[in-house]
Design a protein around this ligand. Sequence first.
Ligand SMILES: Cc1cc2nc3c(=O)[nH]c(=O)nc-3n(C[C@H](O)[C@H](O)[C@H](O)COP(=O)(O)OP(=O)(O)OC[C@H]3O[C@@H](n4cnc5c(N)ncnc54)[C@H](O)[C@@H]3O)c2cc1C
Length: 344
Amino acid sequence: MYTFEAIIIGQGIAGSTLGLKMALAEKKVLIYDYQQNEISSKVAAGIFNPVSGKRFTPAWRAMECFEELHRFYGKIEELSGRKFLHTKPIVRIIPDPGTGNDWLSRISDPRIAPFVDEVLDDVPGFNAPNGAIALKMGGWMDTKTYLHAAYEVLAGNGVLEYPYRMVEPEYVDGMFRIGETQAPLLIDCGGIYSMKRFPEGPFTPMKGEILTIYCEGLPNDRIVTGACFLCPIGGHRFLVGSTYDWRNIDLELTDAAKDDLVERLEKFMPLPFEVIYQQAGIRPSVKDRRPLLGRHPENPNILLFNGLGSKGVSTAPYLAELFMDYLYNEQPLPPEIDIARFFK
Ligand SMILES: Cc1cc2nc3c(=O)[nH]c(=O)nc-3n(C[C@H](O)[C@H](O)[C@H](O)COP(=O)(O)OP(=O)(O)OC[C@H]3O[C@@H](n4cnc5c(N)ncnc54)[C@H](O)[C@@H]3O)c2cc1C
């Protein structure tokens, strides 16, 4: 039997990021991941946007998250020799004059101001009669390349196992056992699959569909968001997304989602394009749209690092810092992300 400090289940964005942080801090950890193509982390557009939503709202702990994401992913790019983080301006088209007044009144908010690059009167090539606001420190991550880079770094440290099925740890004499391996702690980074192990958990999974289009003549140096986002990924291809559907939790590709995204795109992008690809995934979202970290209410040796919802790319590195402090330095988790908030 091989004994580790902790076993992590899942090598999506959550398990990769936490596993890398632990392995690089020389913690004796082992990650199990059943490789599947349609996990949320492989379908994600990978956009990291510091100020989003109709109300131009700063992301949760935006500066901490965005500083840590650039530092951490930059380090993994260096260690792996792979490029996956693409920092680009995010141009947010103002939908109407009323919303414009609202957004412009917010750009001096100290939580938003550091991310504002410039206010634009128009966006050449797009329908933007009310102008736009360009943001900095955002961009997109090629998530498949990140998972691959993480795989290489983790496998190089001997901490990764790819089983041919979902693993089901046994709990025997205070140890979680999988095959010939065991650990006193189990860290669940299983995304929506954690719901099976934790059916009473506060998950509200959210299906998303996303398109890849081919379009010549569009600039590829920025992400533009209007009624949806348009993110350049090279070779005249752009990601267009994404939908939010909490009713149909399946991986079916629907015409309704495709038509909806095409219609939204045509509102602000006048060039002809062709839809070349459509994908669906399920985000591991939580009732109150906050991450879900901390100890399982019934067995404190099971920890969750989950609930990354629609923002896994931007939050995972900072959340992993908080989680490591919680685990090794007895620092409490912020109450708004601690799973204890649901079990008082
Ligand atoms: C359409 C769409 C668009 C999105 N766009 C963005 C975006 O632009 N920006 C952004 O930040 N986020 C985006 N997201 C959300 C993002 O994908 C998630 O926040 C993130 O990927 C969640 O990662 P995770 O590691 O928690 O879960 P997952 O990606 O689901 O990974 C969980 C892993 O655990 C493994 N696993 C689970 N249980 C077991 C077991 N028992 N044994 C072995 N392995 C197990 C699974 O096989 C899987 O590999 C999007 C999601 C969707 C669906």
